[in-house]
Design a protein around this ligand. Structure first.
Ligand SMILES: Cc1cc2nc3c(=O)[nH]c(=O)nc-3n(C[C@H](O)[C@H](O)[C@H](O)COP(=O)(O)O)c2cc1C
Length: 206
C-alpha cells in the first residue's frame, strides 16, 4: 500500500481487495510501504550477478516476502499524474529481480517469470473525475509488474476521491475492488488446480 495516509482511500481499497482474497482462503499480508524506510535505487548494478540488492535498508525485509508470495496487490494514490514516491522507490528497488543475458541486454526477463509466473491486481486512486487526470498511475504500476513477471489480472481506477477515507462511501468502487480481490484468489486456486492436474498427467505417463 503506497500512500502515507494509513486511513486514506488507497489503504481502504487495498485492504478491501486483500480481505476478499482472504475470505476465499488465500493467506495474505498487508505491507504499508510508508512504515518502511526504502531508499531510492542508486543504479549501482550491484545486483546484476546474484539478483540481490546491496542496499541495506528495510527493503531487505520485503524481498523475501515478494519471493514467497504468489501474487501482489499494489495500490498507489495519484501524485502529479503518477505513482507516489513510496511506490516508485519500491518498484525501482525491485530492479534486482530483473535478469539480463550477460552478452545482450535486449534479452531479459523478470525473476517471477523465470520462477513460473505470478499474478497482480493494481489499484490507482485520484481526486479528479477523469482518467486523463489520473495520468500514468495505473500504467506506472502495471508495466513494471509485467516486466517483473506478474500478469495483471485486474486494474481498479478509483476516481473522484480526495478526503481521507471517503472511498468508504463509494459502494460501486468498493464492490469493483472486492471483485478484483476475488478474481485474484480464484486465479491462484485455478493455478494450483492446473499444477495438480499436470502433475498427475506427468505421473500417469511414467
Ligand atoms: C502531491 C499530490 C499530488 C496529487 N496529484 C494529483 C493528480 O495529479 N491528479 C489527481 O486527480 N489527484 C491528485 N492528488 C490527489 C490524491 O490523488 C487524492 O487525494 C487521493 O485520494 C489520495 O489518496 P490516499 O487517500 O490514499 O492518500 C494529489 C495529491 C497530492 C498530495
Amino acid at each position: 500500500m503506497g500512500s502515507k495516509r494509513k486511513n486514506g482511500n488507497t489503504s481502504f481499497l487495498v485492504q478491501r481487495a486483500v480481505e476478499t482474497a482472504k475470505e476465499e482462503g488465500i493467506e495474505t499480508e498487508v505491507i504499508f510501504l510508508g512504515e518502511y524506510s526504502i531508499a531510492d535505487c542508486n543504479g549501482c548494478e550491484g545486483c546484476k550477478d546474484n539478483y540481490k540488492c546491496v542496499v541495506n535498508d528495510d527493503m531487505q525485509k520485503i524481498y523475501p516476502r515478494l519471493l514467497e508470495a504468489d501474487a501482489i496487490i499494489l495500490g498507489s494514490p495519484t501524485y502529479f499524474y503518477n505513482v507516489s514516491a513510496d511506490v516508485k522507490a519500491f518498484i525501482d528497488r525491485c530492479y534486482c529481480f530483473e535478469m539480463f543475458a550477460a552478452d545482450d541486454r535486449s534479452v531479459w526477463m523478470g525473476i517471477h517469470e523465470a520462477l513460473g509466473g505470478k499474478y497482480a491486481v493494481v489499484i490507482a486512486v485520484c481526486e479528479q473525475y477523469s482518467e486523463e487526470d489520473m495520468g500514468y498511475t495505473a500504467e506506472g504500476m502495471t508495466k513494471p509488474l509485467e516486466a517483473l513477471g506478474y500478469r495483471v489480472i485486474d486494474t481498479v481506477k478509483a476516481l473522484g476521491l480526495f478526503k481521507e477515507g471517503e472511498v468508504l462511501k463509494d459502494e460501486k468502487i468498493l464492490d469493483q475492488t472486492a471483485k478484483a480481490g476475488k478474481r485474484l484468489a480464484k486465479t491462484l486456486k485455478l493455478r494450483k488446480e492446473v499444477e495438480r492436474k499436470m502433475n498427475s498427467v506427468i505421473l500417469s505417463k511414467t
